[in-house]
Design a protein around this ligand. Structure first.
Ligand SMILES: Nc1ncnc2c1ncn2[C@@H]1O[C@H](COP(=O)(O)OP(=O)(O)O)[C@@H](O)[C@H]1O
Ligand SMILES: [Mg+2]
Length: 548
């Protein structure tokens, strides 16, 4: 057939294609391209007119067009008002400049049938399949009031703590996508076009896998788990895509798709797609970045993927998540996770471990300061730090912490200011656990949260009492030493005993290493000792009552 590769070059960067490769890329090939319009945001509907007789209308007449949400090469998504049920829904129509082909019509019906039979909370529900009076095919579905994962990716924060929280959110979304796919696979369906554009997240966090337009049935092939109740189509699923027909989106394609090896498509093709979505969350770009679609498809055939960390060298990425993405996108299907549930388990393990941004503090730098408000806790990855506080004007070292130790958590749990200062002794690498993530974890187990918060508050109270006790004990030691000095070196004056302050001060300073003011303050704690500044002496008042 020797078609020139022109349509490949025309394809917009990340759009689904259904094309046959030129001879020099694959032995057979015809070409038919689909190009898509950019996604637009959904606007909330205005109330539509009620029409009691509308229930009698055929579906096509029940629907009032409220505008296009998105338009692609083969069709468009409209927002329509259903006059019978008085609700706004989404309507996908088959329309193209060149008019529908028998193949595109069959595929459109199959998209509706497959989606319609995949009844799952994370798959957009289809309501109706029909033909308009103009002959245009359509199907209606739930209108998802939300945004695509692409839109969420575009808002990814730059700062490491914010980006970490973003990644955690993406993981939660992907776990729901896994649920949808595991279900679809159990019904014998492979999506084949997984990408952020085809995942929608509702305003209340509901996750939907959209656009099953090029989904394929795994007839007679390996499926993940058991195909209990396979999805049914009118035509033989095996005849859907001839070998050499490339179906999917270049930038996210598994090699078996990029080669048009359609008989090799199975659950692991979607595992690859999930890996590609995760890759984009980490790096901001799809796995294949070639300048032209042709370059991309060749990269996809070779599974030429830049490891996430190399793709964004300046960004701190959780290596566990990078490994999951890379393993899901291995070139050979047998090297990937073998099922969606295997992939999901890995994601759950990551989530269980939670991931936090790390920070490095040079020696001498303060990580947290006593008295400050608390917004994060820290887990030491590497290095040591000194924990101290100022008690009665003196620095009191509490402990030295090293790798694996945790600090800064009590102030958050007890919702009080920091009770100690932490300064790096060596270069210190810490994981920063934000207040939000700590609270999120505690909120997940509310009874545990109550225990932890109570323990933290109790610990802080005890700690405060210990500070007071330590200060009292230290003052008592100073008083004791002063009493001994006055007893040995003082002179009786009337009912009192008086010793010079300078030698006593010198001795106390050697003994306790404290400043004069602190020592004077300690002596003031005792009612029998008085520091007389005018005579520069210490006076011990006798306990004996004066003689009458
Ligand atoms: N049910 C729906 N509710 C809201 N928006 C939708 C719905 N279906 C599709 N869209 C929007 O339209 C875009 C294109 O729909 P999709 O089914 O992916 O068509 P295409 O086959 O042209 O890619 C989606 O990315 C999404 O933004
Ligand atoms: Mg789409």
């Amino acid at each position: 057939m020797a078609q020139p590769p022109k349509p490949l070059q025309d394809a917009a960067p990340e759009e689904s294609v259904l094309c046959e490769l030129p001879d020099w890329l694959i032995p057979t090939g015809r070409l038919a391209m689909q190009d898509h319009a950019p996604t637009t945001t959904y606007q909330p509907p205005s109330a539509g007119p009620a029409a009691p007789q509308a229930t009698a209308l055929p579906p096509a007449q029940r629907m009032v067009d409220r505008g296009v949400i998105a338009r692609g090469g083969f069709g468009a998504i409209h927002k329509v008002f259903d006059k019978a049920l008085l609700r706004t829904v989404a309507m996908k129509t088959l329309e193209s400049a060149k008019g529908p082909t028998p193949q595109s019509m069959a595929r459109f019906v199959e998209e509706a049938q497959i989606t319609g039979q995949l009844d799952h909370p994370n798959i957009v529900p289809v309501h109706e399949l029909g033909v308009e009076e103009t002959g245009k095919q359509f199907f209606t579905m739930k209108l998802v009031a939300g945004e695509t994962l692409t839109a969420i990716y575009k808002r990814a924060p730059e700062d490491s703590a914010g980006f970490g929280a973003h990644l955690n959110r993406v993981v939660e979304i992907l776990l729901r996508v896994c649920d949808a796919l595991a279900f679809a696979h159990s019904r014998g369906v492979v999506h084949r076009d997984l990408k952020p554009d085809n995942i929608m997240v509702g305003r209340f966090g509901q996750v939907y896998v959209m656009d099953w337009g090029i989904a394929q049935l795994m007839v007679g092939k390996r499926t993940a788990g058991h195909t209990v109740d396979p999805v049914h189509l009118a035509r033989d699923a095996g005849s859907m895509d001839a070998p050499g027909t490339v179906v999917g989106t270049f930038a996210y394609m598994a090699p078996e798709q990029a080669y048009g090896h359609n008989d090799k498509i199975d659950a692991r093709t979607d595992v690859f797609g999930l890996g590609a979505i995760l890759y984009q969350a980490l790096t901001g770009t799809p796995p294949y970045r070639g300048k032209t679609p042709l370059e991309k498809v060749m990269n996809a055939q070779a599974a030429r993927i830049t490891p996430p960390q190399q793709a964004v060298p300046g960004r701190q990425l959780p290596s566990a998540l990078c490994q999951i993405a890379l393993r899901a996108m291995r070139a050979a299907p047998q090297d990937r996770y073998q099922s969606i549930s295997e992939f999901k388990e890995e994601l759950e393990r990551f989530r269980g471990g939670y991931w936090f941004a790390t920070r490095i503090f040079p020696p001498g730098e303060t990580v947290v300061r006593e008295g400050d408000g608390a917004d994060a806790a820290y887990i030491i990855v590497d290095g040591t730090c000194d924990v101290f506080r100022v008690e009665a004007g003196r620095k009191v070292s509490l402990r030295t912490l090293g790798p694996g130790d945790v600090f800064g958590e009590t102030a958050i749990f007890a919702n009080r200011p920091r009770t100690a200062t932490v300064v790096a002794l060596t270069p210190l690498t810490v994981m920063v656990v934000t207040r939000e993530s700590l609270e999120e974890q505690l909120a997940q187990q509310s009874w545990m949260g109550a225990f932890v918060r109570t323990l933290a508050a109790r610990f802080q109270d005890q700690d405060q009492q210990a500070v007071t006790l330590r200060a009292t004990a230290a003052d008592a030691a100073v008083v004791h030493a002063a009493l001994q000095f006055v007893a040995f070196h003082g002179q009786g004056v009337g009912n009192t005993r008086v010793a010079p302050w300078p030698p006593l001060l010198a001795q106390l300073q050697v003994q306790f290493g404290k400043a004069e003011e602190e020592l004077a303050a300690a002596l003031a704690q005792d009612s029998t000792l008085t520091l007389d500044r005018s005579s520069n002496s210490v006076v011990l008042t006798s306990f004996r009552p004066e003689k009458p």
